[in-house]
Design a protein. Sequence first.
Length: 63
Amino acid sequence: MKSTTILRLTTLLAAGVSLVLSVWLYFSGDADEDRLNGIFVGVWVPSILALGNFLISSESRRN
């Protein structure tokens, strides 16, 4: 497999896991702290996707 393909799959997998974890944390408990933790982890998703996009674009420039 090409390195960009592996990077894309890894980025999407990490973002998906973060999204699922965020939803689980948000709905797992009744306390406000549980919901805030879910929101905090949910903010990771666009950050992971942005980092993956940056790494993929820098990898493409090298080749």
